[in-house]
Design a protein around this ligand. Structure first.
Ligand code: NAD
Length: 259
């Protein structure tokens, strides 16, 4: 039990990668707050964890809303007594060429990925500082390090998370707080399911070609990364015992983008 007695808040954990991280953390003994825009799905994910013998609760949170983030974090602290781990994971995808991106869609993506990371970090850090330690984990992407057609705001925001992690790592060190970024390759979640037809339309190719010739082309074995793979890295960052592992970004992608 690597996270016995720890409290974790995972945003966007009602689905996909965040849900797998919440499940993994709960299996390691953490109390997990599943913070999501979709409260019903968050509660359902918490129920699944509780049926498996873990401790979890669903929390309503729009990560782009300052009050909702502050209220959600306060509710988690009231319920569980503190926060040791934040996984800033909530995210969406919208694909268009730069010249066709509406400003509203640009703002929406930047708000969820960057404002959300800032607001949740700012709300959680004082509780970690008070406890004398903690781990902040940002869900980046291979697109935190590599460009892509059709994804200007997403790539820009995911690169930005690496900057934020470096600042939080430096400021948090004196308090025993680490900050790191996970950079997954393509993972077959609902987000990617929605993206495949949109990308096929934009590129004028089949959905099968989007998977084989775009998403998995650069991997060493043509495989999707799984939610469990990403959860394993999230556990490493959460449970690492010292400041030795901080300010880093780790790619988990079947070899796509080797550094
Ligand atoms: P998903 O669609 O399965 O889950 C995303 C969750 O975020 C949903 O439960 C949704 O309700 C929630 N959400 C959306 N907007 C929100 C908001 N404003 N406030 C709170 N919650 C909100 O997607 P996923 O693939 O699991 O993606 C999770 C994260 O992983 C995202 O940050 C994404 O960019 C990143 N990522 C995904 C992949 C991939 O291939 N799937 C690869 C690299 C990085």
């Amino acid at each position: 039990m690597k996270l016995e007695g720890k409290v974790a808040i995972v945003t966007g954990a009602a689905s996909g990668i965040g849900k797998a991280i919440a499940q993994r953390y709960a299996r390691e003994g953490a109390k997990v707050a599943i913070a999501d825009l979709d409260l019903n799905a968050a509660k359902a994910a918490a129920t699944e964890i509780k049926s498996a013998g873990g401790e979890a609760s669903g929390v309503a949170m729009d990560v782009t809303c300052e009050d909702a983030v502050n209220d959600g974090v306060a509710a988690v602290v009231a319920a569980y007594g503190g926060i040791d781990i934040l996984v800033s994971n909530a995210g969406i995808q919208i694909v268009h060429p730069v010249e066709e991106f509406s400003y509203a869609d640009w703002r929406k993506l930047i708000a969820i990925h960057l404002d959300g990371a800032f607001l949740t970090t700012r709300a959680c850090l004082p509780h970690m500082y008070r406890a004398g330690g903690g781990s902040v984990i940002y869900m980046g992407s291979v697109h935190s390090k590599e460009g892509s057609v059709l994804k200007a705001p997403y790539v820009t925001a995911k690169h930005g998370l690496i900057g934020l992690a470096k600042v939080v790592a430096k400021e948090g060190a004196a308090h025993g707080v680490r900050a790191n970024v996970i950079c997954p390759g393509f993972v077959h979640t609902p987000l990617v399911d929605r993206q495949i037809p949109e990308q096929a339309k934009e590129l004028g190719i089949s959905e099968d070609d989007v998977i084989k010739k775009v998403m998995l082309k650069e991997t060493v074995d043509g495989e999707f990364t799984t939610v469990e793979d990403v959860a394993e890295v999230a556990l490493l960052f959460a449970a690492f015992p010292s400041n030795a592992l901080t300010g880093q970004s780790l790619v988990v992608s079947h070899g796509w983008f080797m550094q």
